[in-house]
Design a protein around this ligand. Sequence first.
Ligand SMILES: Cc1cc2nc3c(=O)[nH]c(=O)nc-3n(C[C@H](O)[C@H](O)[C@H](O)COP(=O)(O)O)c2cc1C
Length: 311
Amino acid sequence: MKTSRITELLNIEYPIIQGGMAWISDANLAAAVSEAGGLGIISGVGSTEEVRAEIKKTKLLTKKPFGINIMLMRDNIDEIAKLVCDEQIAVVTTGAGSPGKYIEDWKKHNVKVIPVVPSVAIAKRMEKFGADAVIVEGMEAGGHIGQLTTMSLIPQVVDAVDIPVIAAGGIGDGRGIAASLMLGACGVQMGTRFLVSEECKVHENYKERVLNAKDIDTEVTGTSTSHPVRVLRNKLTREYIKLEKSNADPREIEALGKGALRKAVIDGDINNGSVMAGQIAGLVNKKQSCKEIINELMDELDLVLGRVCNE
Ligand SMILES: Cc1cc2nc3c(=O)[nH]c(=O)nc-3n(C[C@H](O)[C@H](O)[C@H](O)COP(=O)(O)O)c2cc1C
């Protein structure tokens, strides 16, 4: 179980990455995770000036490595890709498209490139493009998802590529990290657990909804428009699914989701907003600082691995 492959690559203490989360993972959250020995990731979604300001703020808060998550479909992606080089960001994670055309430039600037992938074929393609590692995300995860589960996807990708594999989706405690390592991953990315951290900016209503969620409380919307998203069930998801089942115009369906994440994150409207969270929300039931979360995860991991090795 080689966690050193990822801690050495990213120059971090523990094999734990806080996943990029649009409108959520800002300088405060990312810096707190990096300061605690993991890798914090700010979101690269926003205007170029907003993202530049967030990078500068993160650099003031921590001297440790941090990353930026880039959604490749955004209009200002060329500018953000250049910003990554100008600001010499340690790590880029990418989603929603292929980072192929930017990889050479990023690597010239010593940026580690880690795409988030939902399948073996895309993982292999990213390795060919020169990615340093891949984050393999199962459909248990919160937010936009693929079709396969973490349990079945990780070992298949591990067998198919030579670069380090980081597991994401459905990991909420040290047992989840241990299981990921057993499947051949060398680290994990977590989103839902960090949503309720003290340093996370999401509205208290959002945090309470995640903390009170049960195992069966998530729903996948957007399957009919090929943009599946895992969220906690509420008035919005009921309306969304009703429209999807009635074969409504995809534009009407998409319009319902517009601005919905902001509504939940900033305004705390957990009835009409999009409360993105993963299936593991049912296990996440206490608010802690990022340092407490990471220390607890590593203690649990040691305990589980010790038990496995001694039995
Ligand atoms: C609220 C929320 C927003 C997210 N936004 C993004 C995003 O903007 N970009 C991205 O690559 N992944 C995003 N994700 C996925 C996370 O980075 C991470 O991979 C995922 O949460 C891991 O699964 P977990 O939720 O089971 O921990 C988001 C997840 C959540 C819960």
